[in-house]
Design a protein around this ligand. Structure first.
Ligand code: ADE
Length: 243
């Protein structure tokens, strides 16, 4: 998968791209991230990318021309791809949206900054707007990274253990249950016996039950929309009684 990222702060991407999963995925050629500095497309000697808002008001607004020219150049060179603006006004990002976006071989992510971007960017240059949560950051760079990581994990071959994708938190609207590794006892803190038995049927049942328990306790809102079997509903009712 290829990401073209338009930003005023390409340096913010360097360390995350050179670490952990993104580093490996790039080295294997499974993802490619191309950073485009919006300032390179600004005009004049001072390469101005923002200006005062028409009608007055606090803060600066990012100008339309550098975005338009950067996007023109990217499309000319590489062809069309969906263009996503990162903004707190966008559609909430979720695992479901990540899965939906991951079908595209290429995405263009546009990072706004300052008080906002000229509305004509939204009207004429952008296909969709995405927010990573109901809080306001200084720009779209961290949100763009969040999207790159969430989508990269879904690219076949990026994660070693493919089976774990479907059991992890949010993949099926349930949170993942507790995980343990060696030692089986530390300071008297014990690993649940069932995990040491080697009985896979019992272990799967236990994990599923713990996943339901954890979701009920931490994110009951997810249980409302989860696709639960009749058996699951009974377990949830029993868990509610346990308190
Ligand atoms: N830019 C600033 N805050 C943001 C957010 N929460 N999501 C996406 N882009 C943003």
């Amino acid at each position: 998968m290829i990401f073209d990222i338009l930003t005023l702060f390409p340096d913010m991407f360097q360390s995350p791209l050179d670490s952990s999963l993104l580093k490996k995925a790039r080295e294997k050629g499974l993802i490619e991230v191309r950073l485009h500095n919006i300032r390179d497309y600004a005009r004049g000697r001072h390469k101005v990318t923002d200006d005062y808002p028409y009608g007055g008001g606090a803060g600066m607004v990012m100008k339309v021309e550098p975005f338009a020219e950067a996007l023109d150049a990217i499309i000319r060179e590489r062809g069309r791809a969906p263009v996503v603006l990162l903004t707190p006004q966008g559609e909430p990002f979720s695992q479901r949206l990540a899965t939906e976006l991951a079908v595209h071989p290429r995405l263009v992510l546009v990072c706004g900054h300052y008080e906002g971007v000229d509305e004509r960017v939204r009207e004429h240059l952008i296909d969709r707007e995405i927010s990573i949560g109901d809080y306001v950051l200084t720009g779209g760079e961290l949100p763009a990274l969040v999207i790159v990581v969430a989508l990269s994990r879904l690219v076949p071959g990026v994660l070693g253990n493919v089976a774990s994708i479907s059991s992890e938190s949010h993949a099926e609207d349930l949170l993942e249950g507790p995980q343990y590794t060696r030692p089986d006892e530390y300071r008297g803190w014990k690993v649940p016996d069932v995990l040491l038995t080697g009985n896979h049927r019992n272990i799967e049942d236990w994990r599923h039950r713990e996943s339901l328990r954890r979701t009920l306790r931490k994110r009951p809102d997810l249980l409302e929309k989860a696709a639960l079997s009749e058996e699951d509903r009974k377990i949830v009712e029993a868990l509610k009684k346990e308190g």
